[in-house]
Design a protein around this ligand. Structure first.
Ligand code: SF4
Length: 348
């Protein structure tokens, strides 16, 4: 059986079975525009083709293991079980402006071992197929459609590192931004990386319109290395050189993620270092308040108090570097992107 999102395979089997090509457009329309999940319900194609689809393709390989919505209704977390029994997460964030955003995973687990992250402690289980990434997006798009809402943004910021699963990432973005399919605007798709330089270089060529976010988390190598092992391979000099190249080629602003860890990377001197690093660069910093893990007792970091994050932000203002403090929409549902999966893994 093949995924219904595998257009090449469908077309290949259609050719072998002498099914006219135009039938694909009808199927594509039913799946992506009308959110049909059962092939038997595609009334625009003959019964034999519906049977053919049922015999050869599946709509989704993901099973919803758990779904939970925050009390304010803004955030929904979905824990999926893959066909290999790995747990992965997606998070839907509903904004009052209608800017509904989905955070997807493109790996089960993560090999990057950042010290503040429970997913990193689990290590990499496996890369997800492009179809598994699209299945997460289609699940959220349908769920929102049932609420008369529209999915506008997708961020590859769940369980990752996306650039270590580049081919599947690429294929999934192509489907997500294809007008005949999910039809997201390129600039409304954001890929977040911890700083894999070869991935950044490929990405700027393949997707110059798609947004890029960098988990920077420290303004110097000494601290960055101590919390993000990736800095041993791609230090700040290599990273910033690649990012300067990216901006020169795409003229796009880069989002820098900075998780605030009390006593680790929140000294006010570091705000000045960060300001100097990003001054004159096309940058926007997102400060992420750390969400201490109830479920990951081995991680000992503490959250930076709000007043200190605001002080940090004011220093960046002095350098004319725009920044925001990320709202925590989801405190009641274990919602730092990968938290639910970790909790389940802990329980099993
Ligand atoms: S923070 Fe991101 S890159 Fe680092 S270990 Fe966690 S999931 Fe991986």
């Amino acid at each position: 059986m093949y995924s219904i999102h595998d257009e090449e395979k469908i077309k290949e089997l259609f050719e072998e079975n002498k099914i006219p090509k135009f039938r694909y457009a009808q199927i594509e329309n039913a799946i992506y525009k009308n959110f049909v999940t059962d092939f038997s319900e595609i009334q625009t194609i003959p019964k034999e083709i519906r049977t053919f689809l049922n015999e050869n393709f599946y709509y989704t390989s993901l099973e919803v293991d758990h779904i939970v919505t925050s009390e304010n209704g803004q955030t929904t977390k979905i824990l999926f079980k893959t066909k290999s029994w790995d747990l992965i997460e997606s998070v839907i964030m509903r904004h009052l402006s209608g800017r509904n955003t989905l955070c997807v995973s493109c790996q089960a687990g993560c090999p990057m071992a950042c010290t503040f992250c429970a997913t990193g402690k689990l290590g990499l289980k496996r890369n997800l197929e492009f179809s598994e990434i699209i299945e997460q997006i289609m699940y959220a798009a349908k769920l929102l459609n049932d609420e008369w809402a529209v999915l506008r943004n997708v961020v590859y910021m769940g369980m990752w590192e996306p650039f270590l699963n580049y081919d599947n990432l690429k294929k999934s973005i192509e489907i997500a931004c294809n007008q005949k399919k999910i039809n997201l605007a390129n600039r409304r798709v954001t890929v977040s990386t911890c700083g894999i330089v070869p991935g950044i270089k490929k990405f700027m060529v393949d997707f110059p319109q798609t947004s890029l976010a960098i988990s920077i988390h420290a303004p110097n190598d000494e601290i960055r290395k101590s919390i993000m092992p990736v800095d041993h391979t791609y230090n700040l000099e290599k990273l910033m050189t690649a990012l300067d190249e990216y901006v020169a080629k795409t003229n796009k602003r880069i989002f820098y993620e900075y998780i605030m860890l009390n006593g680790v990377n929140d000294n006010i001197k570091l705000a000045y270092e960060l300001g100097k690093l990003l001054k004159w660069r096309l940058a926007h910093v997102n400060f992420i308040p750390y969400n201490p893990w109830e479920w990951a007792w081995w991680i000992e970091y503490k959250a930076t108090p709000r007043f200190l994050i605001e002080k940090f932000q004011r220093v960046l203002d002095e350098f004319w570097v725009p920044s925001t403090i990320r709202a925590t929409m989801w405190d009641d549902i274990d919602a730092a992107c990968w938290q639910l999966a970790n909790k389940k893994n802990e329980e099993e």
